[in-house]
Write a protein that binds this ligand. Structure first.
Ligand code: URA
Length: 426
């Protein structure tokens, strides 16, 4: 095979053979296919798509580029532990893993969450947990197994040997505007998840302005593609489509999202975060054949106990105060009305600009930076009322971020009959 032939086949609407796919990904990892050739191939796949059998072969080639983990030997009290994994396609204010992993683990399920750091406007789970003093994202394989057998939940950095072809390709897609291709997203996510070796997988596929998939149809296609890939690989896979046009919860950032997850684990927290945590937990428990109402473990403290054990096992202090940013700024309502929209993408971009995210993968994030919402769609507000508070250590970022946050809110004026008047922007 040659790279030029493979690119030409896809360019002209042809179908790649499994042999061509194995070859091109293997040669890319070895450096025999150049970055510009893989960039061209990713771009023709973006435009021309892939057939189901091509996506399957692509996924398997990426899995075979690295190691597969095996958790089938996990035991507690002599009994085999089921392993269930969860993946979100990424959203704004999505801190669900933090409360979900200990909640599900509290029911006797092993939950290995091999996670990443954020790039772009969607935050990374590791960046959030790293705001907890002492907490370590790097966990050796032996500790991972031991922590799963004792605590049940581990959230840690994915090792470099899990689908290395994806790691290299994802970095290339990120800088060549080829991320948003359904076969490439599906194979990227599923190669890592299948290589992780859990018995079951629950996918949270986001749809809306703050997500990769902006429409219901696209999100459904992504979900179906991923479920088919998982099922074909012998992993019990289900997907939920969930809303991402408004941020999840009230906190968007790093430390503030940990704080909100802890509120959920304490039996409180915003209704939308609790609802999604419980919906995903119910799917994960069902996949592990466990008949229990997960809401009970949030109320009786078992989920919180597992969280504390999980943080301690990785060197963190669950009682330590979380870092706070030095500068604050509030955005207020210019008129009375009803909040009818809080755009997730704008809030995500503002939080990113305030320092909660990174522009290049080697950048550091600010632990205390982010946006705290004070109102959500459906809330009535009065002129001058605080809609959101911005937090940062870089005050020069405040003015622009404040304008972005202002533009995220839609406040409709209310007529005397109480009905909102359409399209009155703040
Ligand atoms: N997350 C991934 O891991 N890969 C993608 O391609 C998109 C989101």
């Amino acid at each position: 095979f040659t790279a030029v032939d493979v690119i030409r086949t896809k360019r002209d609407g042809g179908v790649l053979s499994p042999g061509q796919i194995d070859w091109v990904l293997d040669a890319y990892v070895r450096g025999d296919v150049a970055e510009e050739q893989m960039a061209a191939l990713a771009m023709v796949i973006f435009f021309n798509g892939m057939q189901r059998e091509e996506t399957t072969a692509w996924t398997h080639a990426m899995i075979n580029s690295g190691q597969r983990m095996d958790f089938s030997g996990l035991r507690r009290n002599g009994r085999r532990l089921p392993t269930v994994d969860k993946h979100s396609t990424g959203g704004v204010g999505d801190k669900i893993t933090l409360s979900l992993a200990p909640l599900v683990a509290a029911h006797g399920v092993a939950v290995p969450q091999l996670s990443g750091r954020g790039l772009g406007h969607t935050g990374g789970t590791l960046d959030k947990l790293e705001t907890i003093p002492g907490w370590q994202a790097e966990v050796a394989h032996r500790q991972l197994v031991e922590q799963l057998e004792t605590v049940g939940a581990v959230v840690c950095a994915a090792g470099g040997d899990l689908a290395p072809a994806d790691k290299k390709l994802y970095a290339l897609r990120d800088v060549t505007a080829t991320v948003e291709a359904i076969p490439l997203i599906a194979s990227s996510i599923m190669s890592k998840k299948i290589a992780e070796g859990a018995d079951a997988l629950v996918l949270d596929v986001k749809v809306g302005s703050g997500a990769f998939m902006k429409t219901q149809e696209a999100a459904q296609e992504l979900a179906r593609t991923m479920v088919a890939l998982g099922t074909d690989a012998g992993v019990h896979t289900v997907a939920l489509l969930t809303e991402m046009s408004t941020p999840l919860g009230m906190a968007v950032g790093n430390a503030c999202e940990v704080q909100e997850a802890v509120e959920v684990l304490a039996g409180g927290g915003p209704a939308d975060v609790v609802e999604l945590t419980l919906a995903l937990a119910a799917e994960m428990l069902q996949a592990a054949d466990i008949d229990a109402d997960p809401a009970v473990a949030l109320q009786d403290g078992r989920a919180m106990d597992t969280w504390r054990a999980m943080i301690r096992a990785q060197g963190g202090d669950p009682d330590a105060s979380l870092p706070q940013a030095r500068h604050h700024h509030t955005v207020t309502a210019t008129h009375d009305g009803v909040v009818t929209g809080v755009d997730a993408l704008q809030i995500g971009l503002a939080s990113w600009a305030l320092g909660a995210g990174r522009a290049r993968k080697e950048d550091a994030v600010q632990p205390g930076a982010g946006v705290i919402l004070h109102v959500k769609p459906g809330d009535r507000v009065s002129q001058g009322e605080v809609l959101a508070t911005l937090h940062t250590d870089t005050p020069e970022a405040l003015e622009r971020a404040a304008r972005t946050v202002e533009s995220a809110f839609t406040v409709e004026q209310v007529q005397s009959d109480g009905e909102p008047r359409a399209n009155v922007l703040l």
